[in-house]
Design a protein around this ligand. Structure first.
Ligand code: GLU
Length: 318
């Protein structure tokens, strides 16, 4: 694990830093396009902007709309991947790869030539396969409850739920995700019925959480797979490192290279406008601003993270 004492400077005023980062990003507030292909997300106020920084000692520093729940969307892929790795172990990699796709999040193109094995677990096709592996022979509801329990336990916050209106909207607008799931199933890479798997996938995308809750829930990724405060093992250290590696290389679809270049931290975007990042050995940071760039990454959110790294030096390449 990275040496926290080396990277964390007790002299830093973290509240002043998150306040300054928000001020830096202010000029981009409302920029970008809110996701409209999921009708329920199109109604979100584009002017929201928030940041939460959670350090491994348990302290949390918030600015702006950091305590307001939003649609976590693909950020949840990080948590279902963690649980699937815990449950299935390395056999997961028989079903999904670990290479960046360089393609949009919902692309179907590579699935044909690669015979139904998605490039990585963070694109939609890969996340659908992860949901199927996480289910095993259990039902969709049990699987989803396990994910919600994990998020509640890890964040220490009980009030984390699926936004049923968003889930319904996702399902109704889910032609591409259905196509991806059927394509994967046609190659024999799903063990459960397509609609069962999608019921987990759509609802996992529709979990509503705040920046603060997401940053707290992901702390184990900053502490080599352990609960930062109690030391309790959540995920084997090697697996936590691999989740971080996949976030760095694949967490932003065809924008992953640019995100690594600009921010240099493992991260995962969601089309709800959230971005979760891991600062190994230090903590986690989550931003929210609903306006997206062309690849579905929050525009002002990415700027805020760039400024956070500028102000702290917390790139994994530092
Ligand atoms: N629910 C979204 C979809 O499946 C997730 C995409 C994202 O958040 O990047 O289209």
């Amino acid at each position: 694990m990275a040496d926290f004492d080396r990277k964390e400077n007790p002299g830093l005023d973290y509240q002043a830093i998150v306040d300054a980062v928000l001020a830096d990003a202010e000029v981009y507030r409302g920029h970008g396009d809110v996701a409209t292909y999921i009708p329920a997300l199109a109604q979100v106020n584009p002017n929201k902007l928030g940041i939460a920084l959670a350090l491994r000692d348990g302290s949390v520093f918030c600015a702006g709309d950091a305590n307001e729940p939003f649609s976590a969307q693909s950020i949840c892929k990080v948590f279902s991947l963690s649980l699937a790795l815990q449950r299935v172990g390395p056999a997961l990699w028989n079903h999904v790869g670990r290479e960046p796709s360089g393609s949009p999040f919902n692309s179907i193109v590579q699935l044909e030539s690669e015979k139904g094995k998605p490039r990585n677990p963070l694109i939609n096709a890969g996340a659908i396969v992860v949901c199927d592996q996480l289910m095993g022979r259990r039902g969709a509801d049990t699987t989803l409850e396990e994910l919600l329990d994990f998020l509640r336990t890890r964040s220490g916050e009980k009030d984390i739920n699926v936004d049923e209106q968003v889930a319904m909207s996702e399902s109704q607008a889910g032609h591409l995700n259905r196509s991806l799931a059927h394509f994967v199933a046609a190659f024999g890479n799903l063990q459960n019925p397509v609609e069962e798997v999608l019921s987990v996938y759509f609802r996992q995308c529709s979990i509503a959480m705040s920046c603060r809750q997401l940053a707290l829930a992901a702390q184990y990724l900053a502490c080599d797979g352990s609960d930062c405060r109690t030391g309790e093992s959540v995920l084997l250290p090697t697996r936590a490192r691999r989740v971080n590696a996949l976030m760095l290389t694949c967490g932003h679809y065809d924008n992953s290279g640019d995100f690594a270049f600009r921010i240099g931290l493992p991260g995962k975007s969601g089309v709800g406008g959230g971005i979760l990042t891991v600062i190994p050995g230090v903590g986690t940071a989550c931003v929210w601003s609903p306006g997206l760039n062309a690849a579905g990454t929050s525009l002002a959110g990415a700027i805020a993270l760039e400024k956070l790294v500028e102000r702290t030096g917390w790139s994994v390449f530092a």
